[in-house]
Write a new protein. Structure first.
Length: 303
């Protein structure tokens, strides 16, 4: 696969995350609690991904490696717990702004752990994305009246754990097949969710059947697809650029909150969406340069 193919996979992983907030809000409006929503998401997601793992390529892993992958799934579970808590006191388009702060936290992680300074192009891209996130949040148009300190804390915690998960996706057990690796990530996330926020309501068959459609949707887009797509793509593009590409989730969240939840989206918010898309394009300039450089080196090696 070419570099831009891996970038596209990471972009799609971000888009799938962006669709979550809308359906979490729908589940809340249907009367389900945060623990039931998160628990059903990971239960259904784990079921789906282990079924896929049965029919995919697998590698024999030692117990320490299995343990490492299970532990690496903890941030995945924490992200859902923190993010869904923020959605209980913030509207969908605002909650994702705090999650969105992973775009600069990712570059900070890359600098701290890889000693890799962000390029001027990446800094410009992040600046555009942050400006876009402020506009898309609606704070400028509506003020901060819809913000709560609880929602803000939960949202920022979700950004930190989301960045950690992206970082681990690109660095832990790179040679493990994607589906098998993602299944273990998901299992680790499910165990985390069940321990910290036990979904006891799901023990009732009637509740489980009612929430199953939400759980299947959230499990597919929030538990199954992102780990697989990130596992395949992140090692090839790195967490710094990866966080820029996954910022596509915010435009998706804003668009769906307007279309499905009929939340009011102002002109400044739509302008923010345009800024974010521009930031993603700016971030992709690095990919284009990498592809051109690789092509040039390949041509030179033939002479």
């Amino acid at each position: 696969m070419k570099t831009w193919h891996y970038a596209l996979l990471v972009l799609l992983g971000g888009c799938s995350y962006g669709a979550l907030s809308t359906f979490v809000k729908l589940a809340y409006s249907a009367g389900f609690t945060s623990s039931a929503v998160t628990g059903s998401q990971f239960l259904m997601g784990a079921l789906l991904i282990w079924i896929a793992a049965l029919f995919s390529k697998k590698k024999k892993l030692t117990l320490p490696k299995i343990g490492k992958l299970l532990l690496s799934g903890i941030p995945l579970g924490l992200t859902s717990l923190f993010y869904y808590q923020s959605l209980q006191s913030l509207n969908a388009s605002l909650a994702i702004i705090f999650l969105f702060q992973f775009v600069w936290i990712g570059s900070l992680f890359e600098f701290v752990f890889y000693k890799k300074k962000p390029t001027t192009g990446k800094v410009v891209s992040i600046a555009i994305l942050v400006i876009g996130s402020i506009l898309a949040s609606g704070i400028i148009a509506e003020g901060s009246g819809g913000m709560t300190w609880q929602g803000t804390i939960w949202g920022m915690l979700s950004a930190l754990t989301y960045t950690t998960f992206i970082f681990l996706s690109s660095s832990v057990e790179k040679d493990t097949p994607a589906v098998q690796k993602s299944a273990l990530f998901t299992t680790g996330g499910m165990i985390t969710v069940f321990l910290l926020s036990p979904p006891t309501e799901l023990l009732q068959l009637s509740v489980l059947m009612e929430i199953a459609p939400y759980g299947l949707y959230l499990g597919l887009l929030g538990v199954v697809l992102p780990p697989i797509l990130f596992t395949i793509g992140m090692p090839h593009i790195g967490p710094g650029l990866g966080t820029i590409l996954t910022s596509a989730e915010l435009p998706i969240a804003v668009i769906l909150s307007a279309l499905v939840l009929t939340e009011q989206v102002s002109m400044s918010q739509w302008l923010g969406v345009v800024f974010i898309l521009g930031g993603i394009i700016a971030g992709n300039l690095k990919i284009s340069k990498t592809i051109k450089k690789s092509s040039y080196l390949e041509r030179e090696s033939t002479f």
